[in-house]
Design a protein around this ligand. Structure first.
Ligand code: NAD
Length: 487
């Protein structure tokens, strides 16, 4: 027994959760799960396929026609709230699973588990508060709208924040009375399966949530293409997002795409640098930079460029990278493949200069996928390091002279997910919040502590549709207009 690698498995990860039953995948095959901190296999998960997805979609449909579909909204809300409470009771186990599976430092994994609980609390409370309206119409008519569930919703999620993304996506869908089929990522999905076990314990009716682990091109593609699915929610890369949208088009179903980003933070010479510094660095290195909303570009007004760069560099040099369970500033990257991708970017600096790097601790296991966080300067805005999503702990610092130039650089990528503005000038804050093309803009902060309540989503190649907050509930439901003539 090794206290740093033991998994708290109170469920069988080699099974799918379908129609309230724990079933082996039809092909009876499993996939290995790696601990990115050591390179060791820590568990096996089900390799679900098209048959299992078909089974799950049927189970979801049966739930809509059964107890779940008839359940009053208030009761749905109570169940979601209860799931949240059970997540809190299991917070240590969930944090440990996520840390060992994803490679993220334990305290961060714990914060993710608490965010999952908070999503359940938020959407539990909202379930009976989303209403239609009455519409003044012609004499003799009464017209009103109903907000109804889509039906069966398909959810395909990535490995970087499994608990948070399940919380926002499944939480919103169940809140509105949909029945969900979840395909978690093959790299890290223990907490997705654990979540199903918790939902079952909390009394979620059978079939309301179904979880089919497996490969993207097998279970994922089957879910995206399934004609019995009425809405798709996808979080992941731009390339796969395009495939999902094509699959959705063939069945003419709506799709929410939460894709990548190259988010900027703009720092003006009048900014409170002491307050900004931890936000600037943390937004680049959190989860080893494997965050869709990572602030991978820091745009800084030239007058304070050298000072800010020096202060960021000082912080970078103090950053420690090591195994997730050592709970340092950064853990490893999720896989050898991810490590290769990020290293590839760093092998192609194209004139950029490495200003500072953090340290990988000496006793970090040789099989782990560690990479020192890296701060870059002298990066021209057209360098791929300044344009492409790296999805690793790499930040570029780019100088600007005027507000117009800052906006042009900020808007100069194909993405538009999140932006930060650091300035004391209130009028500039308002101008920039409008001028920057982005789904979220933070003024004198970044990320606002996760913000379960705050609608989130992209523009451009960052995707479309909104999750989180109440806004998500309009996406997870469909409006029906009822016009009654009574004379
Ligand atoms: P990915 O697109 O490779 O995988 C995401 C999910 O899609 C996984 O479950 C995978 O199994 C599945 N998938 C893969 N191929 C598929 C196919 N052909 N058909 C159906 N499903 C398929 O993404 P990733 O590398 O796991 O995640 C990283 C990306 O996700 C980054 O670009 C990141 O920015 C993005 N992301 C976005 C958000 C957001 O909210 N905007 C949040 C987290 C991550």
């Amino acid at each position: 027994m090794n206290a740093t690698t033991d998994l708290p498995l109170w469920f069988d990860p080699t099974r799918c959760f379908i129609g309230g039953e724990w079933v082996l995948p039809n092909g009876q095959e499993t996939l290995p799960l790696e601990n990115p901190s050591t390179g060791e296999t820590i568990a096996h998960i089900a390799r679900g396929g098209a048959d299992d997805i078909d089974h799950a979609v049927s189970a979801a449909r049966a739930a809509l026609n059964g107890e779940w579909g008839r359940m009053p909204a208030a009761e749905r809300g109570r169940i979601l709230t209860r799931i949240g409470q059970k997540v809190v009771e299991r917070v240590d186990d969930l944090a440990r699973l996520e840390a060992l599976d994803v490679g993220k430092p334990l305290k961060q994994a714990r914060a993710d588990a608490l965010a999952l609980a908070r999503y359940m609390e938020f959407y539990g409370g909202a379930a009976d508060k989303i209403m239609g309206e009455t519409i003044p119409y012609r004499h003799g008519y009464t017209v009103y709208t109903l907000r109804e569930p889509h039906g069966v919703t398909g959810h395909i999620v990535p490995w970087n924040y499994p608990m948070q993304i399940i919380g926002r996506s499944i939480g919103g869908a169940l809140c509105m009375g949909n029945a969900a089929v979840l395909k978690p990522a093959e790299e890290a999905c223990l907490t997705a399966i654990a979540f199903a076990a918790i939902a079952q314990e909390a009394g979620l009716p059978k079939g309301a949530l179904n979880v089919v682990p497996g490969l993207g091109e097998e279970a994922g593609a089957a879910l995206a293409a399934h004609p019995g699915v009425n809405h798709l929610s996808f979080t992941g890369s731009v390339g796969v997002g395009m495939l999902i949208q094509q699959a959705a088009a063939k069945n003419v179903v709506p799709v929410t795409l939460e894709l990548g980003g190259k988010s900027p933070q703009l720092v003006f010479e009048d900014a409170d640098i002491d307050r900004a510094l931890p936000f600037l660095v943390n937004a680049g290195i959190q989860n080893a930079g494997q965050t869709c909303s990572a602030a991978s570009r820091i745009l800084v007004q030239r007058k304070i460029h050298d000072e800010l760069l020096a202060r960021m560099a000082e912080r970078y040099r103090a950053l420690e990278v090591g195994p997730a369970m050592a709970d340092l500033d950064l853990g490893p990257l999720v896989s050898a493949r991810q490590q290769e991708i990020v290293s590839g970017f760093l092998a192609n600096l194209g004139g950029a200069r490495i200003v500072a790097q953090g340290q990988i601790v000496e006793n970090a296991p040789a099989g782990g996928h560690y990479l020192a966080p890296t701060l870059l300067a002298d990066v021209s805005p057209d360098n791929q390091l300044a344009r492409d999503e790296i999805f690793g702990p790499v930040q570029v610092v780019i100088p600007f002279d005027t507000e117009e130039e800052a906006v042009a650089i900020a808007n100069g990528t194909d993405y538009g997910l999140v932006a930060g503005i650091w300035t004391a000038d209130g009028a500039r804050q308002m101008r920039l919040a409008k001028a920057i093309r982005s789904g979220q803009v933070f003024i004198n902060n970044y990320g606002a502590g996760g913000g379960v309540e705050l609608p989130f989503g992209g523009t451009g190649r960052s995707g479309h549709g909104r999750e989180k907050g109440l806004e998500a509930l309009y996406g997870f439901s469909v409006l029906k207009t009822v016009a009654a003539w009574h004379g």
